[in-house]
Design a protein around this ligand. Structure first.
Ligand SMILES: *Cc1c(COP(=O)(O)O)cnc(C)c1O
Length: 458
Protein backbone atom coordinates (compact mmCIF):
# COMPACT_ATOMS: atom_id res chain seq x y z
CA UNK A 1 0.00 0.00 0.00
CA UNK A 2 1.41 3.40 -0.99
CA UNK A 3 -0.84 5.74 0.88
CA UNK A 4 -1.89 5.41 4.48
CA UNK A 5 -5.48 5.58 5.70
CA UNK A 6 -7.00 9.06 5.53
CA UNK A 7 -8.10 9.75 9.11
CA UNK A 8 -11.10 11.79 7.90
CA UNK A 9 -14.03 11.88 5.45
CA UNK A 10 -15.41 14.81 3.44
CA UNK A 11 -18.28 17.06 4.52
CA UNK A 12 -17.82 20.20 2.41
CA UNK A 13 -16.49 20.51 -1.15
CA UNK A 14 -15.27 23.37 -3.32
CA UNK A 15 -15.75 23.41 -7.12
CA UNK A 16 -12.69 24.18 -9.24
CA UNK A 17 -13.71 26.15 -12.36
CA UNK A 18 -10.19 25.68 -13.73
CA UNK A 19 -11.03 22.01 -14.40
CA UNK A 20 -13.08 23.04 -17.46
CA UNK A 21 -10.44 25.26 -19.12
CA UNK A 22 -9.18 24.24 -22.58
CA UNK A 23 -5.51 24.09 -23.45
CA UNK A 24 -5.91 27.14 -25.70
CA UNK A 25 -7.35 29.12 -22.79
CA UNK A 26 -4.53 27.97 -20.54
CA UNK A 27 -1.99 29.07 -23.17
CA UNK A 28 -3.52 32.55 -23.16
CA UNK A 29 -3.67 32.62 -19.36
CA UNK A 30 0.00 31.73 -18.84
CA UNK A 31 1.11 34.22 -21.52
CA UNK A 32 -0.94 36.94 -19.81
CA UNK A 33 0.69 35.94 -16.52
CA UNK A 34 4.16 36.55 -17.99
CA UNK A 35 4.92 32.80 -17.63
CA UNK A 36 4.95 33.23 -13.87
CA UNK A 37 2.49 30.91 -12.11
CA UNK A 38 2.19 33.41 -9.23
CA UNK A 39 0.40 35.74 -11.64
CA UNK A 40 -2.30 33.26 -12.71
CA UNK A 41 -5.82 33.69 -11.37
CA UNK A 42 -6.94 30.85 -9.17
CA UNK A 43 -9.98 30.28 -11.44
CA UNK A 44 -7.54 29.51 -14.24
CA UNK A 45 -6.00 26.71 -12.20
CA UNK A 46 -7.36 23.18 -11.81
CA UNK A 47 -5.06 21.56 -9.23
CA UNK A 48 -3.20 24.10 -7.15
CA UNK A 49 0.15 22.79 -5.93
CA UNK A 50 1.69 26.28 -5.85
CA UNK A 51 1.93 26.09 -2.10
CA UNK A 52 0.71 24.31 0.99
CA UNK A 53 0.52 27.72 2.67
CA UNK A 54 -2.94 28.72 3.87
CA UNK A 55 -4.53 26.36 1.35
CA UNK A 56 -5.22 23.32 3.51
CA UNK A 57 -8.72 22.13 4.36
CA UNK A 58 -9.97 22.81 7.86
CA UNK A 59 -11.82 20.36 10.04
CA UNK A 60 -15.39 20.73 11.31
CA UNK A 61 -13.94 21.50 14.74
CA UNK A 62 -11.81 24.29 13.27
CA UNK A 63 -14.80 25.72 11.38
CA UNK A 64 -16.76 25.66 14.62
CA UNK A 65 -13.80 27.44 16.20
CA UNK A 66 -14.16 30.22 13.62
CA UNK A 67 -17.63 30.92 15.06
CA UNK A 68 -16.31 30.80 18.61
CA UNK A 69 -13.48 33.25 17.89
CA UNK A 70 -13.40 36.14 20.35
CA UNK A 71 -12.87 39.34 18.38
CA UNK A 72 -12.15 41.53 21.41
CA UNK A 73 -9.45 44.07 20.52
CA UNK A 74 -7.60 43.36 23.75
CA UNK A 75 -7.26 40.18 25.74
CA UNK A 76 -9.14 37.93 23.32
CA UNK A 77 -10.12 34.56 24.76
CA UNK A 78 -8.95 33.01 21.49
CA UNK A 79 -5.46 34.44 22.00
CA UNK A 80 -5.23 32.76 25.39
CA UNK A 81 -6.42 29.49 23.86
CA UNK A 82 -3.74 29.76 21.18
CA UNK A 83 -1.06 30.79 23.71
CA UNK A 84 -1.92 27.84 25.95
CA UNK A 85 -1.77 25.43 23.00
CA UNK A 86 1.61 26.74 21.82
CA UNK A 87 3.00 26.49 25.35
CA UNK A 88 1.63 23.00 25.79
CA UNK A 89 2.93 21.69 22.47
CA UNK A 90 6.27 23.50 22.28
CA UNK A 91 7.02 24.57 25.83
CA UNK A 92 8.06 28.17 25.12
CA UNK A 93 7.21 30.60 27.88
CA UNK A 94 6.10 33.57 25.78
CA UNK A 95 4.01 33.76 22.60
CA UNK A 96 3.54 36.80 20.33
CA UNK A 97 1.02 36.47 17.48
CA UNK A 98 1.70 37.98 14.04
CA UNK A 99 -0.30 38.22 10.83
CA UNK A 100 1.81 35.45 9.28
CA UNK A 101 5.28 33.92 9.36
CA UNK A 102 7.15 36.85 7.83
CA UNK A 103 5.66 39.17 10.46
CA UNK A 104 7.33 37.02 13.11
CA UNK A 105 10.58 36.92 11.11
CA UNK A 106 10.52 40.69 10.79
CA UNK A 107 10.20 41.20 14.54
CA UNK A 108 12.80 38.57 15.42
CA UNK A 109 15.29 40.04 12.94
CA UNK A 110 14.72 43.64 14.08
CA UNK A 111 15.18 42.73 17.72
CA UNK A 112 17.94 40.13 17.60
CA UNK A 113 20.25 41.34 14.82
CA UNK A 114 22.76 44.20 15.08
CA UNK A 115 23.91 45.56 11.71
CA UNK A 116 26.78 43.49 10.35
CA UNK A 117 26.10 40.47 12.56
CA UNK A 118 26.18 36.99 11.08
CA UNK A 119 23.27 34.55 11.18
CA UNK A 120 24.26 30.95 10.37
CA UNK A 121 21.32 29.10 8.74
CA UNK A 122 20.64 25.61 7.38
CA UNK A 123 20.02 26.90 3.84
CA UNK A 124 17.38 29.61 3.82
CA UNK A 125 13.74 30.40 3.48
CA UNK A 126 13.09 33.36 1.19
CA UNK A 127 11.29 35.63 3.67
CA UNK A 128 13.41 34.56 6.66
CA UNK A 129 16.62 35.40 4.86
CA UNK A 130 15.12 38.60 3.46
CA UNK A 131 14.28 39.87 6.94
CA UNK A 132 17.71 38.93 8.27
CA UNK A 133 19.24 41.00 5.50
CA UNK A 134 16.73 43.83 5.88
CA UNK A 135 17.94 44.12 9.49
CA UNK A 136 21.44 44.39 7.93
CA UNK A 137 22.46 40.98 9.17
CA UNK A 138 24.57 38.65 7.07
CA UNK A 139 22.97 35.35 6.14
CA UNK A 140 25.50 32.51 6.08
CA UNK A 141 24.78 28.95 5.00
CA UNK A 142 25.98 26.19 7.33
CA UNK A 143 23.84 23.37 5.90
CA UNK A 144 25.45 19.99 5.27
CA UNK A 145 26.76 19.76 1.72
CA UNK A 146 24.27 16.96 0.95
CA UNK A 147 21.50 19.58 1.09
CA UNK A 148 22.80 21.13 -2.12
CA UNK A 149 22.80 17.89 -4.09
CA UNK A 150 19.35 16.89 -5.36
CA UNK A 151 20.60 13.37 -6.16
CA UNK A 152 21.99 12.67 -2.71
CA UNK A 153 19.68 10.44 -0.62
CA UNK A 154 21.04 11.41 2.81
CA UNK A 155 18.03 11.14 5.19
CA UNK A 156 18.76 14.35 7.14
CA UNK A 157 19.54 17.02 4.59
CA UNK A 158 18.20 19.60 7.05
CA UNK A 159 21.25 19.06 9.26
CA UNK A 160 23.79 21.72 10.08
CA UNK A 161 27.41 21.01 9.18
CA UNK A 162 28.90 21.28 12.67
CA UNK A 163 32.42 21.99 11.38
CA UNK A 164 31.14 24.77 9.14
CA UNK A 165 29.22 26.29 12.04
CA UNK A 166 32.29 26.22 14.30
CA UNK A 167 34.40 27.74 11.54
CA UNK A 168 31.92 30.61 11.13
CA UNK A 169 31.90 31.27 14.88
CA UNK A 170 35.72 31.20 15.10
CA UNK A 171 36.20 33.37 12.04
CA UNK A 172 33.76 36.10 13.05
CA UNK A 173 33.86 35.84 16.82
CA UNK A 174 30.98 35.07 19.16
CA UNK A 175 29.99 38.75 19.50
CA UNK A 176 29.40 39.00 15.79
CA UNK A 177 26.92 36.12 15.63
CA UNK A 178 23.32 37.25 16.19
CA UNK A 179 21.85 33.78 16.61
CA UNK A 180 21.83 30.38 14.98
CA UNK A 181 18.80 29.82 12.77
CA UNK A 182 17.49 26.32 12.00
CA UNK A 183 14.49 25.51 9.85
CA UNK A 184 12.52 22.30 10.35
CA UNK A 185 11.81 20.22 7.22
CA UNK A 186 13.94 22.59 5.12
CA UNK A 187 11.89 23.74 2.18
CA UNK A 188 14.78 24.79 -0.05
CA UNK A 189 16.43 21.37 0.25
CA UNK A 190 13.16 19.70 -0.71
CA UNK A 191 11.29 19.52 2.62
CA UNK A 192 14.15 17.72 4.35
CA UNK A 193 14.40 17.17 8.11
CA UNK A 194 17.21 17.67 10.57
CA UNK A 195 17.91 14.88 13.06
CA UNK A 196 17.57 15.34 16.78
CA UNK A 197 21.15 14.16 17.12
CA UNK A 198 22.27 17.06 14.92
CA UNK A 199 20.04 19.56 16.70
CA UNK A 200 21.52 18.47 20.04
CA UNK A 201 25.03 19.05 18.70
CA UNK A 202 24.08 22.53 17.51
CA UNK A 203 22.50 23.16 20.88
CA UNK A 204 25.71 22.19 22.66
CA UNK A 205 27.59 24.77 20.61
CA UNK A 206 24.91 27.39 21.18
CA UNK A 207 25.15 26.81 24.95
CA UNK A 208 28.95 26.70 24.97
CA UNK A 209 29.27 30.04 23.17
CA UNK A 210 26.03 31.53 24.55
CA UNK A 211 24.60 32.12 21.12
CA UNK A 212 20.80 31.82 20.99
CA UNK A 213 19.30 29.11 18.79
CA UNK A 214 16.04 30.06 17.10
CA UNK A 215 14.02 27.61 15.05
CA UNK A 216 11.64 28.05 12.16
CA UNK A 217 8.99 25.52 13.22
CA UNK A 218 6.63 26.14 10.29
CA UNK A 219 6.79 22.44 9.34
CA UNK A 220 7.86 20.92 12.64
CA UNK A 221 5.41 18.02 12.58
CA UNK A 222 6.72 16.64 9.28
CA UNK A 223 10.26 16.96 10.65
CA UNK A 224 9.19 15.14 13.82
CA UNK A 225 7.50 12.41 11.76
CA UNK A 226 10.69 11.83 9.74
CA UNK A 227 12.66 11.56 12.97
CA UNK A 228 10.17 8.95 14.18
CA UNK A 229 10.57 7.02 10.92
CA UNK A 230 14.32 7.40 10.41
CA UNK A 231 16.25 8.18 13.56
CA UNK A 232 17.40 5.49 15.97
CA UNK A 233 15.58 5.53 19.28
CA UNK A 234 12.49 7.49 18.21
CA UNK A 235 10.23 4.91 16.55
CA UNK A 236 8.14 4.46 19.70
CA UNK A 237 7.68 8.17 20.36
CA UNK A 238 4.71 10.15 19.07
CA UNK A 239 5.09 13.07 16.67
CA UNK A 240 3.96 15.35 19.46
CA UNK A 241 6.58 14.04 21.86
CA UNK A 242 9.31 14.45 19.26
CA UNK A 243 8.14 17.98 18.36
CA UNK A 244 8.30 18.86 22.05
CA UNK A 245 11.81 17.46 22.26
CA UNK A 246 12.87 19.55 19.25
CA UNK A 247 11.67 22.81 20.76
CA UNK A 248 13.26 21.91 24.10
CA UNK A 249 16.68 22.30 22.44
CA UNK A 250 16.09 25.90 21.36
CA UNK A 251 15.55 29.37 22.80
CA UNK A 252 12.65 30.39 20.64
CA UNK A 253 11.03 30.13 17.24
CA UNK A 254 9.00 31.69 14.49
CA UNK A 255 6.11 29.86 12.85
CA UNK A 256 4.01 30.47 9.80
CA UNK A 257 0.75 28.95 11.03
CA UNK A 258 -0.43 28.57 7.43
CA UNK A 259 1.29 25.21 7.06
CA UNK A 260 1.30 22.79 10.02
CA UNK A 261 -1.13 25.07 11.88
CA UNK A 262 -3.73 24.37 9.13
CA UNK A 263 -5.14 27.91 9.05
CA UNK A 264 -5.57 30.36 6.18
CA UNK A 265 -3.58 33.12 7.80
CA UNK A 266 -1.51 33.58 10.94
CA UNK A 267 1.80 33.06 12.65
CA UNK A 268 3.70 33.77 15.83
CA UNK A 269 7.05 34.04 17.48
CA UNK A 270 7.73 32.40 20.80
CA UNK A 271 10.67 32.57 23.19
CA UNK A 272 11.87 31.87 26.71
CA UNK A 273 13.82 35.08 27.27
CA UNK A 274 11.85 37.75 29.11
CA UNK A 275 13.75 40.66 27.63
CA UNK A 276 13.25 39.41 24.08
CA UNK A 277 9.54 39.03 24.88
CA UNK A 278 9.31 42.57 26.23
CA UNK A 279 10.91 43.95 23.07
CA UNK A 280 8.70 41.81 20.85
CA UNK A 281 5.61 43.16 22.60
CA UNK A 282 6.87 46.70 22.00
CA UNK A 283 7.51 46.07 18.32
CA UNK A 284 4.41 44.00 17.57
CA UNK A 285 2.09 46.94 18.29
CA UNK A 286 3.96 49.05 15.72
CA UNK A 287 4.01 46.56 12.88
CA UNK A 288 1.28 43.98 13.47
CA UNK A 289 -1.30 44.87 16.10
CA UNK A 290 -1.81 44.61 19.83
CA UNK A 291 0.16 41.77 21.45
CA UNK A 292 -3.01 39.72 21.99
CA UNK A 293 -3.88 39.55 18.28
CA UNK A 294 -0.81 40.70 16.30
CA UNK A 295 -2.68 41.01 13.02
CA UNK A 296 -4.76 37.85 13.41
CA UNK A 297 -8.52 37.80 13.79
CA UNK A 298 -9.84 36.08 16.90
CA UNK A 299 -11.42 33.42 14.69
CA UNK A 300 -8.06 32.57 13.14
CA UNK A 301 -6.36 32.28 16.53
CA UNK A 302 -9.14 29.91 17.62
CA UNK A 303 -8.81 27.79 14.46
CA UNK A 304 -5.02 27.75 14.91
CA UNK A 305 -5.26 26.45 18.48
CA UNK A 306 -7.42 23.58 17.22
CA UNK A 307 -5.39 23.02 14.03
CA UNK A 308 -2.09 22.63 15.90
CA UNK A 309 -3.60 19.96 18.12
CA UNK A 310 -5.13 18.12 15.17
CA UNK A 311 -2.16 18.19 12.85
CA UNK A 312 0.29 17.02 15.51
CA UNK A 313 -1.54 13.67 15.71
CA UNK A 314 0.50 10.83 14.23
CA UNK A 315 -2.21 9.63 11.82
CA UNK A 316 -2.70 13.11 10.35
CA UNK A 317 0.98 13.77 9.62
CA UNK A 318 1.58 10.19 8.51
CA UNK A 319 -1.26 10.29 5.98
CA UNK A 320 -0.16 13.67 4.64
CA UNK A 321 3.47 12.61 4.21
CA UNK A 322 2.31 9.38 2.55
CA UNK A 323 0.39 11.39 -0.07
CA UNK A 324 3.60 13.25 -0.85
CA UNK A 325 5.51 9.94 -0.96
CA UNK A 326 2.95 8.48 -3.38
CA UNK A 327 3.31 11.42 -5.75
CA UNK A 328 7.09 11.05 -5.65
CA UNK A 329 6.99 7.32 -6.23
CA UNK A 330 4.66 7.58 -9.24
CA UNK A 331 6.83 10.27 -10.84
CA UNK A 332 9.98 8.22 -10.30
CA UNK A 333 8.36 5.15 -11.84
CA UNK A 334 8.04 7.18 -15.04
CA UNK A 335 11.68 8.17 -14.99
CA UNK A 336 11.04 11.79 -14.03
CA UNK A 337 13.99 13.35 -12.14
CA UNK A 338 12.99 14.40 -8.63
CA UNK A 339 14.84 15.37 -5.47
CA UNK A 340 15.50 12.42 -3.18
CA UNK A 341 14.53 11.51 -0.60
CA UNK A 342 11.00 12.85 -1.12
CA UNK A 343 10.27 15.54 1.45
CA UNK A 344 7.41 16.17 3.85
CA UNK A 345 5.16 18.68 2.12
CA UNK A 346 6.23 18.63 -1.49
CA UNK A 347 7.86 16.79 -4.34
CA UNK A 348 10.56 18.73 -6.16
CA UNK A 349 11.33 18.16 -9.83
CA UNK A 350 14.97 18.64 -10.79
CA UNK A 351 14.65 21.01 -13.73
CA UNK A 352 18.37 20.81 -14.53
CA UNK A 353 17.94 17.15 -15.42
CA UNK A 354 14.36 17.46 -16.74
CA UNK A 355 15.29 20.21 -19.21
CA UNK A 356 19.02 19.57 -19.38
CA UNK A 357 19.32 21.35 -22.75
CA UNK A 358 18.18 24.72 -21.33
CA UNK A 359 20.97 26.79 -19.71
CA UNK A 360 20.19 28.10 -16.24
CA UNK A 361 20.26 31.73 -17.45
CA UNK A 362 17.13 30.82 -19.42
CA UNK A 363 15.22 29.73 -16.32
CA UNK A 364 14.47 26.06 -17.00
CA UNK A 365 12.48 25.63 -13.75
CA UNK A 366 10.32 28.68 -14.44
CA UNK A 367 9.67 27.39 -17.95
CA UNK A 368 8.81 23.95 -16.58
CA UNK A 369 6.14 25.42 -14.27
CA UNK A 370 4.58 27.12 -17.31
CA UNK A 371 4.64 23.89 -19.36
CA UNK A 372 3.07 21.83 -16.56
CA UNK A 373 0.30 24.40 -16.24
CA UNK A 374 -0.25 24.44 -19.98
CA UNK A 375 -0.43 20.64 -20.13
CA UNK A 376 -2.85 19.97 -17.30
CA UNK A 377 -3.91 23.10 -15.43
CA UNK A 378 -1.66 22.14 -12.52
CA UNK A 379 0.02 25.07 -10.80
CA UNK A 380 3.50 24.58 -9.36
CA UNK A 381 6.26 26.91 -8.19
CA UNK A 382 9.78 27.71 -9.33
CA UNK A 383 12.44 27.15 -6.67
CA UNK A 384 15.56 27.91 -8.62
CA UNK A 385 17.57 30.83 -9.85
CA UNK A 386 14.57 33.19 -9.92
CA UNK A 387 13.73 32.68 -6.24
CA UNK A 388 17.29 31.83 -5.17
CA UNK A 389 19.45 34.58 -6.52
CA UNK A 390 19.71 37.93 -4.80
CA UNK A 391 21.73 40.51 -6.70
CA UNK A 392 25.32 39.44 -7.21
CA UNK A 393 25.54 36.97 -4.34
CA UNK A 394 26.72 33.43 -4.86
CA UNK A 395 23.81 31.13 -5.52
CA UNK A 396 23.36 27.53 -4.37
CA UNK A 397 22.72 26.29 -7.90
CA UNK A 398 19.52 24.31 -7.31
CA UNK A 399 17.00 24.58 -10.12
CA UNK A 400 13.78 22.96 -8.91
CA UNK A 401 10.03 22.96 -9.44
CA UNK A 402 8.00 22.46 -6.30
CA UNK A 403 4.74 20.55 -6.16
CA UNK A 404 3.44 21.37 -2.69
CA UNK A 405 0.37 19.45 -1.57
CA UNK A 406 -2.17 21.35 0.52
CA UNK A 407 -3.18 19.32 3.57
CA UNK A 408 -6.43 17.36 3.45
CA UNK A 409 -7.51 19.00 0.17
CA UNK A 410 -6.87 16.54 -2.67
CA UNK A 411 -7.67 12.92 -3.58
CA UNK A 412 -5.44 10.28 -5.05
CA UNK A 413 -7.20 10.91 -8.40
CA UNK A 414 -5.84 14.44 -8.35
CA UNK A 415 -2.35 13.13 -7.73
CA UNK A 416 -2.69 10.73 -10.68
CA UNK A 417 -3.77 13.59 -12.97
CA UNK A 418 -0.72 15.58 -11.88
CA UNK A 419 1.57 12.61 -12.63
CA UNK A 420 0.02 12.06 -16.09
CA UNK A 421 0.41 15.72 -17.04
CA UNK A 422 4.05 15.85 -15.99
CA UNK A 423 4.77 12.63 -17.85
CA UNK A 424 3.38 14.20 -21.03
CA UNK A 425 5.61 17.25 -20.59
CA UNK A 426 8.55 14.93 -19.95
CA UNK A 427 7.96 13.08 -23.22
CA UNK A 428 8.06 16.31 -25.23
CA UNK A 429 10.81 17.91 -23.17
CA UNK A 430 13.37 18.22 -25.96
CA UNK A 431 11.10 20.65 -27.84
CA UNK A 432 10.79 22.98 -24.86
CA UNK A 433 12.86 26.17 -24.87
CA UNK A 434 13.83 28.66 -22.18
CA UNK A 435 12.59 32.05 -21.03
CA UNK A 436 13.99 35.55 -20.76
CA UNK A 437 13.12 37.87 -17.92
CA UNK A 438 11.35 41.01 -19.10
CA UNK A 439 10.48 42.52 -15.72
CA UNK A 440 12.43 42.13 -12.48
CA UNK A 441 11.01 43.51 -9.22
CA UNK A 442 13.46 44.89 -6.67
CA UNK A 443 12.82 42.36 -3.90
CA UNK A 444 11.57 38.76 -3.70
CA UNK A 445 11.50 38.84 -7.47
CA UNK A 446 9.96 35.40 -7.97
CA UNK A 447 6.54 36.64 -6.86
CA UNK A 448 6.06 39.21 -9.62
CA UNK A 449 8.77 38.78 -12.25
CA UNK A 450 7.57 38.52 -15.87
CA UNK A 451 9.05 36.43 -18.64
CA UNK A 452 8.80 35.88 -22.37
CA UNK A 453 9.53 32.60 -24.13
CA UNK A 454 12.79 32.24 -26.00
CA UNK A 455 11.05 29.67 -28.16
CA UNK A 456 7.43 29.09 -29.06
CA UNK A 457 5.17 27.28 -26.52
CA UNK A 458 4.13 23.90 -27.96
C1 LIG B 1 5.81 30.05 4.64
C2 LIG B 1 7.06 30.05 5.38
C3 LIG B 1 7.53 31.20 6.00
C4 LIG B 1 6.89 32.56 5.83
O1 LIG B 1 5.61 32.55 6.33
P1 LIG B 1 4.40 33.39 5.70
O2 LIG B 1 3.26 32.94 6.55
O3 LIG B 1 4.25 32.97 4.27
O4 LIG B 1 4.72 34.81 5.85
C5 LIG B 1 8.70 31.09 6.73
N1 LIG B 1 9.37 29.93 6.85
C6 LIG B 1 8.94 28.82 6.25
C7 LIG B 1 9.71 27.55 6.40
C8 LIG B 1 7.78 28.83 5.49
O5 LIG B 1 7.37 27.72 4.88
Amino acid sequence: MYMLKPPFKIKVIEYTPGAALTRAKRARAIARAGYNTFLLKSDEVYIDFLTDSGTSAQSDAQKAGLELGDEAYAGSRSFYHMEKTVRELFGYRYVVPTHQGRGAEHLMSRICIQPGQIIPNNLYFTTRRFHQELARGVWVDVAVSEAHDPKNTFPFKGNVDIKKLLRVIKRHGVKNIAYISMEAAVNMAGGQPFSLDNLKKVRRISKQYRIPLYLDITRIFENAYFIQQREKGYSKKTVREIAREITLFSDGCTMSAKKDGVVNIGGFLAMNDRDFFRRAKEEVVVFEGLHTYGGMAGRDMEALAIGLKEFSRDEEVAYYVSQVAYLGKELRKRGIPIVLPVGGHAVFLDAKRFLSHIPQEQFPAERLTAEIYLESGVRTMERGIVSGQHGKEPYDGLELVRLAIPRRAYHREHLDIVVDGIEKVFRRRKYIKGLKMVYEPKSLRFFQARFAPVGRMK
